[in-house]
Design a protein around this ligand. Structure first.
Ligand code: GTP
Length: 368
């Protein structure tokens, strides 16, 4: 069931949720400002009409911003949090408020501090300076407009002092915004580095470092899962063991780096033939284990033949063109009561049988 909070803020999307929570915080400050202006009306510093106009403008602007955020249209924009737009609107709304007030504007000026505090946390240094200057210009324009229409409502000396005090806040805030921005960037870089380290740790745990296919424990884990699934759902499952023939000789004759290159290339070729649901792992030094979920023996034989051809068709830059790699392939199909090891041992036995028969061939214990 959708919770009442979920109706206001989409909890399933953390980014949108954060944006809307920030917006609601700003909306709360607007609510306080509306209340404060109500006090101005009671004390006779502002007309009721002025309060109504300002309140309507605040509600309209925030209504539009909320609708855009809630509908998700903001995600198509360059600044999806709408920080710039919200701050720009706040400057204009503040100017409108200042225009409606007849005296005691100083108390409302404190609300600019709130705006600048949000700016310090969210903006870059230059953006903050631009916002600060824009706020100053808006304030000056509001005072000029009051002076034109209701000169009795302006004490120019006081207004100029307030403007000067606000102007000193801009560079100070700019400095803090720069500092906070630097911290934010550092935090983001560390977060990225941590993420990469986590991925590397995961790769080290599950991948074979030489060939980058699953390591022995990972492919066995995968097979355990597939055996349990095949037993429960009564689905076919086959495994293929591929053993590179006379690999020791490659190492001895051409050196270990060449042996490594052969293993990497073979793994690449095998990987290229797999379906997304198949599993490929390096089972031992020159042995690869392929797990084929939902595949009966007959289909696995066709696939094994394709793998054998792919491996034997490999060419290696550091080996003579006459060099021909051959591979012995063993096949086994899951039978009721089979465990992981009995299945592997049958496939392995079949690969040994293929090697005993001269290598470069496929054998399946089940079909003998
Ligand atoms: N270059 C390289 N060689 C490896 C690696 N891991 C295992 N080997 C070598 O692979 C060879 C495997 O030898 P065997 O198990 O006797 O297999 P084989 O020489 O292919 O003999 P048959 O399987 O009987 O054809 C050994 O020489 C290992 O040193 C590796 O990561 N890199």
């Amino acid at each position: 069931m959708t919770s009442p909070l979920e109706l206001v803020v989409p909890l399933h999307d953390p980014n949108q949720s954060l944006r809307l929570r920030r917006f609601l915080l700003a909306a709360l400050v607007y609510g306080v400002a509306i209340g404060l202006m109500g006090l101005y009306v009671v004390l006779g510093f502002m007309t009721l009409v002025g309060w109504q106009i300002t309140t309507a403008a605040i509600l309209a602007v925030n209504g539009v911003i909320y609708t855009v955020l809630r509908s998700g249209r903001n995600e198509r924009l360059r600044d999806p949090s709408l920080t710039g737009v919200q701050m720009f609107c706040t400057c204009l709304l503040m100017a409108l408020t200042m225009y409606q007030v007849d005296s005691a504007r100083g108390a409302l000026l404190l609300l600019y501090l709130v705006l600048l505090m949000f700016g310090v946390l969210r903006l870059r240094q230059w953006q903050f300076m631009a916002l600060g200057l824009f706020a100053l210009v808006c304030y000056a324009a509001a005072i000029a407009a009051v002076w034109q229409t209701r000169p009795w409502a302006v004490n120019m000396d006081v207004e100029l002092l307030q403007l000067a005090a606000m102007a000193t806040l801009v560079p100070c805030g700019g400095f803090f915004a720069g500092y906070v921005g630097g911290l934010r960037r550092k935090l983001r870089d560390r977060h990225i580095a941590l993420q990469q380290a986590r991925e590397q740790a995961h790769d080290l745990r599950v991948l074979d470092p030489l060939t980058a296919v699953s390591n022995r424990s990972r492919i066995i884990e995968f097979l355990e899962y597939e055996v349990a699934r095949a037993a429960r759902l009564e689905q076919p499952l086959s495994v293929i063991m591929l053993d590179l023939d006379r690999f020791k000789r490659i190492n001895r004759q051409y050196g270990h780096p060449v042996g490594d290159e052969v293993l990497k290339r073979v793994a690449e070729r095998l990987q290229g033939a797999m379906r997304s649901i198949d599993g490929l792992g390096r089972y031992g030094g020159e042995e690869f284990l392929v797990v084929l979920p939902d595949t009966p023996l007959a289909e696995a034989s066709v696939f094994a033949e394709r793998l054998r051809e792919r491996v034997e068709g490999c060419r290696f830059a550091s080996l003579p063109p006459t060099f021909k790699l051959s591979v012995s392939v063993g096949l086994a199909e899951f039978r009721h009561g089979d465990g992981v090891w009995s299945l592997i041992e049958r496939a392995r036995g079949a690969a040994d049988h293929a090697l005993d028969a001269g290598g470069g061939r496929i054998d399946a214990t089940e079909s003998r």
